[in-house]
Ligand binder design. Structure first.
Ligand SMILES: [Zn+2]
Length: 498
């Protein structure tokens, strides 16, 4: 997930839970390896993750490709660690560091399914090195955890997906539907060169995909009073992102004889005006689905309010607006992030500028946001221009589709009593680059996230419990079987109906 995403505050304020140690009952074909001890089933896979963590695959905007050799060394390591996968799947390297694997299905008429994860990690700040209990790139394995940058975001998913494929091949499985594995190298800095290039390549080759599974939301426990069971949130839509530059020009001059208004005061007022004129609150289809399931589960007044949605819509919106995290789900949010003006204490600056970062709700666009800002500022001395990269709000995935059902089946295997809830994902991941290929994009990681874990993402002491890593491998094996083989899916569906 991206550093500037607001996922973390959402997780921290909403999600506080006890780590689930639940074991996974499905997929009996995989044998626990002989080195497995202490309840850990895939010790050899954990060792592969440990090795992968040691490559400092940091994506940096300033010194581009400073860690190029780390990426290529990781590629070489992966080849060694997953021999069956490399023999059976076609590998394509895009823009030198991103990896796209194709596992050809027996039926070329079926649209491929893509699993997306990323090879890059965020840097470790020099000042924080001493705060790590274990080396940030040590990949150390103790009795309970694998430690290091990438264990929660997102190398564990790369290795879990590859291990699942490796074991499926060894178990004799071959897909009917083509399965694609897309591992980007620059997700943390926007993903344009990695996922962006892979998406372009795939569009030329296949035109459309059946579905994309990426990181995003996760499972929570004990966050909603009245809901005891785990709640698995699946990101079925995500907000868009745009930046605007505000510019105010002035005459300059000496500060001893200033005009009543200067570029700095005009710009400051503009920013205050943006804050005073929030975007309109709206409950989008994805958020309505979230509320329908959660409020129905709560029962009583909540269920009644949702049943009479038309009557209670206003009250529900008011309630959601009270909390920073839930307010972000019902409206576009603009935040000033950069401001620049002036160089000398006695000189009036000739120009003042600010950058406003905007996270755009489904149904709006860069253009409509610009209109809103101009109207809110209400001062034509402030020039408002689009600035930098724009990604529109994503399409909304269909929760009545068979792929969503397959994902639900896989979640239910891992968390049998979980309530599964589609939701708007407020951040941005590599998935944004695949929106041109399918509406069925699902942003979900198969782990229970506690407030403590959320704090460790992009932070010191990132670590992953070994038993959770085991479950991730089983989860992806189950998911791949379901989406790659229609029969597997139907059999499972039959079991569920029984
Ligand atoms: Zn990530």
């Amino acid at each position: 997930m991206k550093k500037q995403s607001i996922l973390l505050p959402v997780l921290i304020s909403l999600f506080s839970a006890i780590f689930s140690q639940g074991t996974f009952a499905g997929v009996p074909d995989f044998m626990p390896d002989s080195a497995a001890t202490g309840g850990v089933r895939y010790a050899a896979a954990a060792h592969k993750l440990s090795r992968a963590i040691r490559f400092k695959t940091i994506s940096e905007t300033e010194e581009k490709n400073a860690f190029a050799s780390e990426f290529t060394a990781l590629h070489t390591y992966l080849e060694k660690a997953f021999p069956a996968l490399h023999e059976r799947l076609e590998r394509k390297v895009l823009n030198k560091y991103s990896l796209l694997y194709t596992w050809p299905g027996s039926d070329p008429a079926l649209k491929p399914v893509l699993l997306s994860a990323h090879l890059d990690v965020v840097p470790v700040e020099d000042a924080s090195v001493k705060e790590w209990e274990q080396g940030a790139f040590s990949g150390l394995i103790d009795d309970l955890f694998i430690w290091g940058r990438g264990t929660l975001d997102d190398k564990y998913r790369v290795i879990a997906i590859m291990e699942a494929v490796e074991q499926l091949i060894l178990a004799g499985f071959s897909p009917e539907r083509t399965i694609l594995l897309a591992f980007g190298h620059d997700e943390e800095i926007g993903g344009t060169e990695g996922a962006g290039a892979m998406s372009q390549f795939l569009q030329e080759k296949y035109e459309r995909l059946e579905a994309v599974f990426d990181e995003g939301l996760a499972v929570t426990k004990g966050i909603f009073p009245g809901i005891a069971e785990p709640v698995a949130f699946i990101g079925t839509a995500s907000k868009g992102s745009a930046n605007f530059k505000l510019t105010v020009k002035g005459e300059g001059g000496h500060s001893s004889v200033p005009p009543t208004e200067t570029p700095i005061s005009i710009l400051s007022q503009a920013i205050v005006n943006i804050g005073n004129n929030p975007f309109k609150a709206r409950i989008t289809p994805a958020t309505k689905e979230t509320l329908t399931i959660l409020l129905d589960r709560l029962g009583g007044k909540s269920r009644f309010a949702m049943k009479h949605y038309g009557l209670f819509k206003g009250a529900i919106k008011k309630e959601l607006a009270k909390n920073m995290a839930t307010d972000a789900l019902i409206r576009t949010k603009a935040s000033p992030t950069i401001m620049q003006a002036g160089e000398k204490e006695n000189v009036l600056p000739r120009e003042a500028t600010a950058v406003v970062n905007v996270r755009i709700l489904t149904g709006e666009s860069e253009e409509s946001v610009q209109k809103h800002l101009v109207k809110a500022i209400n001062d034509d001395r402030v020039q408002v221009t689009a600035y930098g990269a724009y990604s529109p709000p994503s399409p909304v995935a269909n929760t009545n589709s068979w792929v969503y059902q397959a994902l639900q089946n896989s979640i239910s295997e891992l968390f049998p009593d979980a309530l599964i809830v589609p939701a708007l994902f407020p951040g941005a991941t590599d998935a944004r680059h695949y929106a041109n290929l399918t509406d069925n994009i699902f942003r979900f990681a198969p782990l229970v996230v506690t407030a403590d874990d959320a704090m460790r993402v992009h932070n010191v002491n990132e670590r992953l419990p070994l038993t959770v890593f085991d479950d991730c491998i089983d989860f992806y094996a189950h998911l791949i079987r379901q989406v790659a083989d229609q029969e597997e899916y139907l059999v499972h569906k039959g079991e569920i109906l029984k």
